[in-house]
Design a protein around this ligand. Structure first.
Ligand code: NAI
Length: 349
């Protein structure tokens, strides 16, 4: 089913509002999910709505959070999300970080006690759209074996970066520190596809191609990805006084519980280091230089980070966003959720 971004946004907003979020917060979540679907990151788009709806309905996402923002220094602040919708808290915290960086050159804003916040590219692009550099990292539930280990310890702990180029274009990098995000496993499950044997391991620690047999994911580039996920956990967990490592809450264990996750936004104002125009010019040149690199055998061109997603976004603006049929059917149905995600539920898949 193909939908315009406005249609998809409306369907998601209606469903999450029905689940209990205020209309304003429901739309805030929908904005981030539609952004992901429009960029082709379907693992973090509409396919998450039913899980969120179930968690909201069961009280695991606070439908009426008391957000609190506290400046802790000239360029530092903490945003307390009161376990409300993580997307909304992370967006508002980035708005604050942008203001601080405009005034002080840099901002470091911790986002405490939130639920899942979706695709981090949304937040770093908020900064890039204001001619600032955005960096964001966040915790995710333990599901990754550390290098050399057979039990999960860290989450897929993503890192995102965006910097402004010319004419509204920016370079955006956004990745889980695992070979693949957990959402890609869910996407494969939703389509009944197999997965490459390099993404994940089964309960015995052996590589698996069956998305339903996945017990843990693996870090990118062995010890290097493992080191990056440690760094993300320190910055978005330990630094903010939150549970860390394998003490981070699980996404599916008990949907009545608050998740208490952390995220950290860092915003840098290029004007405090160089002329903004020169910076944007150089980013634009980098993007062009990368496109001009002679492709390796088997590739037709080199893309700069985020280029393929930006191109998809443009194409989807014209042709609509492709949504898997059963997700569309759920979105247009009267059902809030099917009790399908809570491990404690007798009806859990
Ligand atoms: P991915 O593997 O689809 O892409 C990673 C990066 O590589 C992107 O910046 C993409 O633009 C770039 N890329 C991919 N192919 C490329 C090519 N051929 N040339 C140049 N660049 C290329 O991303 P991944 O790791 O699957 O993450 C998906 C999403 O999941 C992200 O938005 C991330 O923020 C989100 N996530 C969120 C979590 C949360 O708890 N909130 C946890 C983990 C991931």
């Amino acid at each position: 089913m193909r939908l315009s971004s406005e249609q998809l946004n409306e369907l998601i907003t209606t469903k999450l509002h029905k689940a209990g979020l205020t209309e304003d917060h429901a739309r805030g979540v929908a904005d981030v999910l539609v952004h992901a679907d429009a960029r082709g990151v379907h693992s973090h788009g509409a396919m998450r709505v039913e899980y969120y709806a179930e968690r909201i309905a069961k009280g695991g996402i606070n439908a009426n959070p008391d957000f609190k923002f506290e400046k802790t220094g000239p360029a530092t602040a903490v945003f307390d999300g009161d376990n409300g919708a993580g997307h909304v808290a992370a967006k508002l915290a980035m708005d604050e970080a942008i203001q601080i960086a405009k005034e002080n050159g840099v901002a470091v804003v911790g986002v405490r006690r939130i639920s899942h916040s979706g695709a981090l590219s949304y937040f770093v692009q908020q900064a890039a759209n204001e001619n600032l550099i955005g960096i964001s990292v966040c915790q995710s539930d333990p599901m990754v074996v550390p290098f050399g280990g057979s039990e999960p310890y860290y989450g897929t702990n993503p890192i995102a970066f965006a910097a402004p180029g010319k004419n509204g274009q920016n370079i955006t990098f956004d990745m889980a520190t695992t070979v693949q995000a957990w959402g890609k496993i869910l996407h494969a499950r939703s389509k009944n596809d197999s997965i490459p044997d390099t993404w994940a391991v089964d309960v015995d620690g052996n590589p698996t191609t069956d998305p339903f047999k996945v017990n843990a994911l693996v870090p990118i580039a062995g010890p290097k990805g493992y080191g990056l996920m440690m760094m993300v956990d320190v910055l978005s967990g330990i630094l903010l006084g939150l549970p860390f490592g394998n003490k981070v809450s699980s996404m599916y264990h008990d949907l009545t519980e608050h998740r208490n996750l952390g995220q950290l936004h860092i915003v840098i104002n290029p004007e405090y280091f160089t002329a903004l125009n020169l910076f944007q010019e150089s980013i634009a040149t980098t993007m062009q230089d990368l496109n001009n690199i002679k492709p390796a055998p088997g590739f037709d061109h080199v893309s700069y980070p985020g280029q393929r997603s930006a191109e998809r976004e443009k194409k989807y603006e014209e042709n609509g966003i492709e949504i898997v049929d059963h997700i569309y059917e759920y979105l247009v149905s009267e059902v809030v959720h099917n009790n399908a995600y809570d491990n404690k539920s007798p009806f859990a898949k």
